[in-house]
Design a protein around this ligand. Sequence first.
Ligand code: MG
Length: 203
Amino acid sequence: MKCICVGRNYGAHAKELNNAIPEEPMLFLKPQTALLKDNKPFYMPEWTHDLHYELEVVLRVCKQGKYIDEKFAHKYYDEVTVGIDFTARDLQAQQKAKGMPWEIAKAFDNSAVVGTMRKTSDLGKNTGFDFHLLLNGKEVQHGLTDDMIFPISKVISYASQFFTLQAGDLIYTGTPAGVGAVQIGDRLEGFLEGEKLFDCEIK
Ligand code: MG
């Protein structure tokens, strides 16, 4: 499996990092070794001094697809949760400055926290999600997927031109404003539609 991730998909977040609003979805991948599931703790790596949380709505792909039309995109996922796209912001800034790929800053082990999945059929919808993140009990991010620059249907259609979607793949749909650094001892709790779906301690 793979994680397909979208960068800069909320205007306010692109702005807070002084990035331009993209004209097409900006994609990157994380490998299976990036997954951090079942509320396991995250162990701070020694090679970053600026590890950021990015809360994102995460979709689970339910069937194989290639060149998916936007109007059929909703048929390719049936579960949703929230997760964290952990980012070593210091390494990312170095890579960006050199014009180099981001993988070491984004796709490292345990960089993709994923919460408990919820069936879209149980939620009664497959878009229009409300999600938020608590850092040590205080809300630091709150998003609505309706505010995405590129909606879920566009992300799936665009990504599937380049990467065949396979059942079990995850799609990280981008983070709203409010990203920030975590320290050892912090606790991150992610909520979708008011329900807590992950609880991650930084160790
Ligand atoms: Mg992200």
